[in-house]
Design a protein around this ligand. Structure first.
Ligand code: PEP
Ligand code: MN
Length: 338
């Protein structure tokens, strides 16, 4: 349930409400709006007598029961869109944020070269996997810590904040040492131990949609992270499994306005994994921005034909520059900055 405090509620009144909720065994989460404080109480059993008791307390305006299974991720708990800072970048504001880079970090020249090229073309952040969740155990699995060091070097040379995937709960601390943002991949969207672990890390999280996850399951995964006290979660639509075989996945553009209605969290779109095909990346990136997405995550490689993973969907530097030109026009048309 959420407890909406009146506009004139004093800090002492807010504290008294919290004390009572803690006494009943609830975890407390705050949503500080422009005008009022909202207290989220989750994690304990509700009793019908609680709401009237709370409503009788000084400073309380009303108590609302949240009907959705996700509580902190929903619009009821927080009406205004959440803005998430990753270094100098803000995700969830007027600016369309562009995150670009190779599928996997392969070597110094590849990652630093890509970082420089995408930055020159207007990217805001760098991506690149050091731990790769490959379908085959014989495929390239990533450079691991060496890859993290190369990402940090690319950041040092370009100033671009870095997002990279963490696969294993025991690596969260190490990855957080090097990266500005932690990525949870589609295959791990329901790895609840990993979600709790990144919920305890002090780094923003990019949470990709599971291969066959409904929007509700996806928001419940976000809820795992939020409920641990990490409120900096950005969602990323990356395509879902359908019967269609002409694309790698079916990019669900409708997820953008749906998530915007249900949640205050920002949402990015990944048209690279969403389609698996280079030629489809730019058109779907434009669609994502037109639909209200907060940004785009795309794979870019200096020579996709030699990439160790996801070459067929990786943009060349030239493709990336062209995509950016098109996106700028769409962003301007829908009143966004880029
Ligand atoms: C990735 O972004 O590198 C990746 C593996 O994507 P996904 O988890 O969406 O398949
Ligand atoms: Mn990839």
């Amino acid at each position: 349930m959420i407890i909406i405090m009146g506009t004139g509620a004093s800090p002492a009144q807010v504290e008294q409400v919290q004390e009572r909720l803690r006494g009943w065994g609830f975890d407390i989460h705050f949503s500080q709006g422009v005008e009022r404080t909202i207290i989220g109480a989750v994690g304990a059993r509700k009793d019908p007598a609680m709401a009237p008791m709370l409503e009788a307390m000084e400073g309380v305006e009303r108590v609302v029961h949240i009907l959705t299974p996700y509580k902190l991720a929903g619009r009821e708990f927080k009406g205004e869109p959440t803005r998430i800072r990753v270094g100098p970048v803000t995700i969830g504001g007027p600016r369309v944020v562009i995150i670009a880079g190779p599928c996997a970090v392969e070597d110094c020249g590849q990652i630093v070269g890509t970082a420089k090229a995408v930055k020159a073309a207007g990217a805001d952040m760098l991506r690149g996997g050091a731990y790769k969740p490959r379908s085959s155990p014989y495929a390239f699995q990533g450079l691991e810590e060496e890859g993290l060091k190369l990402l940090a070097q690319a950041r040092a040379e370009t100033g671009l904040p870095v997002v990279t995937e963490v696969l294993n709960p025991r690596d969260v601390e190490l990855v957080a040492e090097y990266a500005d943002m932690l990525q949870i991949g589609a295959r791990n969207m329901q790895n609840f131990i990993l979600l709790r672990e990144v919920g305890r890390a002090r780094r923003p999280v990019l949470l990709k949609r599971g291969l066959a996850a409904t929007t509700e399951e996806w928001l419940m995964s976000a809820e795992y992270i939020l409920s641990e006290g990490n409120y900096d979660v950005v969602l990323c639509e990356r395509g879902i499994r359908t019967y269609e075989t002409s694309t790698r996945n079916t990019l669900d553009i409708s997820a953008v306005p749906i998530i915007k209605r249900l949640s205050h969290l920002p949402i990015l779109v990944d048209p690279s994994h969403g389609t698996g095909k280079r030629a489809l990346v730019a058109p779907l990136a434009r669609a994502a921005v037109a639909a209200g997405g907060d940004g785009i995550l795309v794979e870019v490689h200096p020579s996709p034909e030699t990439a160790l993973s996801d070459g067929p969907q990786s943009l060349t530097f030239d493709d990336f520059r062209q995509m950016m030109d098109g996106l700028r026009r769409v962003a301007a048309a829908v009143g966004r900055e880029m």
